[in-house]
Design a protein around this ligand. Structure first.
Ligand SMILES: Cc1cc2nc3c(=O)[nH]c(=O)nc-3n(C[C@H](O)[C@H](O)[C@H](O)COP(=O)(O)OP(=O)(O)OC[C@H]3O[C@@H](n4cnc5c(N)ncnc54)[C@H](O)[C@@H]3O)c2cc1C
Length: 423
């Protein structure tokens, strides 16, 4: 008989697990503390304007495309303008990040010497044990490319300085997941010559939350919202998930929450595991939504850590997603050390001021949302990965242990569901 699986959390990981297990006729039950599904993948309408509280857009991989069709969401799908440039703040203004050959030749971000230095990357040794992301990128691509766009491009979303990230616990894993085991330049060239395209950017008419809602609606009978799991206990070779409304007995438990919550929930099962989970650091994120007449074309702008600008970046939803005059700015304690003490009003003003400094255009804050614990920091605390040994029957399926992007979360959760269904 297939095991009864209990899933903690109905973000994209939990929702995918439920769907993949239900499709295999496995017995699954899931709980989420929040009143709506999707976790950080959530959308809101504020004064008629659509805001993404977490991820701003998605890559339409073949798996996601077939999910979209299965859920009947094809009509709601909206394509983003993929060919717009990404900018980075350098030396008082915005420069184009060289992500294509044409941009590499034309960008004013690098000197000619800096551009030529990148070509030596195929000769660089692979990442070394204990090496920081900054040191690895500098050794591989040269100081200019590493400092001015390589580091910010990778670490920007996580809010961690690249010198505090160890390659083997961060960028190295990302490269491995992308199937890159040698030169990044060769890989990019082979991909281009082979005609392999990066899946296009997309979202939905009502934002990415629509995908979460559709997944939930399809499996609502197995998912209890507004039902926080308070603890997990081992009992007679099974596990008990304790919630406010009762106790659920299951054979296998999958915890998809951020590490600090997983640490609390799993303490009764395994104190050592709980202590290891507590070691993972996160960076809180403040999302500030601005309305502006800025008419620049682009995906957004990165701000390197250590810069004097007090936002870590911005997404130009108005430009590449055609969302009316909307721009999203990110603030974290690395970009603004006072972020946690600021009121929403003060955070909004700060982002509007810094946005104007970057673009020259005035902006008005329309909403602020905060995520805590926020993003996994992938900093030196992630050496905790080496000590992570969940006991039989307990599974961690979350971004800090697996892939952080939505397509990656769907892949991880689908793989785990297949393993569990075969038990
Ligand atoms: C600001 C931001 C921007 C991002 N941008 C992108 C992007 O552009 N593209 C991309 O691909 N990825 C992006 N990501 C990453 C991606 O969105 C996340 O990694 C992914 O959505 C995480 O999904 P998850 O289900 O693993 O976790 P979560 O979404 O964190 O879900 C965990 C769930 O557990 C629930 N929970 C917590 N405690 C309990 C409890 N005690 N009992 C029951 N339930 C509980 C929560 O309510 C939540 O629903 C972004 C993330 C953030 C935060």
């Amino acid at each position: 008989m297939p095991p009864r699986v209990g899933v903690v959390g109905a973000g994209i990981s939990g929702l995918t697990l439920v769907r993949a297990l239900a499709t295999r006729d496995a017995d699954v039950v899931a709980f989420d503390a929040a009143s709506e599904p999707g976790g950080v993948m959530r959308s809101r309408r504020v004064d008629g304007r659509l805001l993404e509280l977490g991820p701003q857009r998605l890559r339409l991989s073949p798996t996601i495309e077939s999910l979209v069709d299965d859920l009947g969401l094809r009509e709601q799908l909206r394509a983003g303008e993929d060919d717009q440039p990404l900018y980075v703040y350098h030396d008082g203004s915005l420069s184009v990040v060289p992500l294509s050959l044409r941009e590499a030749v034309t960008t004013d971000l690098l000197s000619l010497r800096g551009k030529l230095r990148i070509l030596k990357e195929p000769l660089a040794d692979p990442p070394r044990a204990g090496e920081s992301v900054e040191a690895y990128l500098t050794r591989s691509f040269g100081r200019q490319a590493a400092r001015r766009f390589g580091g910010p491009l990778y670490s920007g979303l996580y809010g961690t300085d690249p010198s505090d990230m160890l390659v083997e616990y961060s960028l190295g894993r990302a490269l491995e997941n992308a199937g890159i085991d040698g030169s990044v330049l060769w890989w990019a060239l082979r991909k281009r010559l082979g005609g392999r395209e990066t899946p296009p950017i997309c979202t939905f008419e009502d934002g990415l939350g629509q995908l979460a809602e559709a997944l939930y609606d399809a499996h609502a009978d197995a998912i209890s919202l507004e039902t926080a799991v308070e603890s997990v206990h081992e009992r007679d070779e099974q596990f008990e998930l304790v919630t406010e409304s009762g106790t659920e007995r299951v054979d296998e438990v999958v915890v998809t929450t951020p590490a600090p919550t997983a640490a609390d929930l799993l303490e009764p099962v395994d104190e050592g595991l709980s202590a290891t989970l507590e070691r993972f650091s996160y960076n809180p994120i403040g999302m500030v939504y601005l309305e502006s007449d800025f008419d620049g074309e682009g995906i957004g702008a990165l701000v390197p850590s250590g810069s004097d600008v007090r936002i870590s970046g911005s997404t130009w939803n108005a430009s590449f997603l055609d969302r009316d005059r909307l721009f999203t700015c990110y603030v974290d304690p690395g970009s603004d050390p006072n972020m946690l003490e600021r009121s929403d009003e003060s955070l909004g003003e700060l982002a509007a001021t810094e946005f104007e400094r970057l673009t020259g255009a005035r902006a008005t804050p329309i909403h602020v949302h905060r995520w805590e614990p926020g993003m996994p920091a992938y900093d030196r605390s992630f050496t905790a990965m080496d000590d992570l040994e969940p006991p039989a029957g307990i599974h961690l399926c979350a971004n800090y242990v697996g892939r952080p992007g939505i397509p990656g979360r769907i892949r991880n959760a689908t793989q785990l569901a297949a393993t569990l269904a075969e038990k």
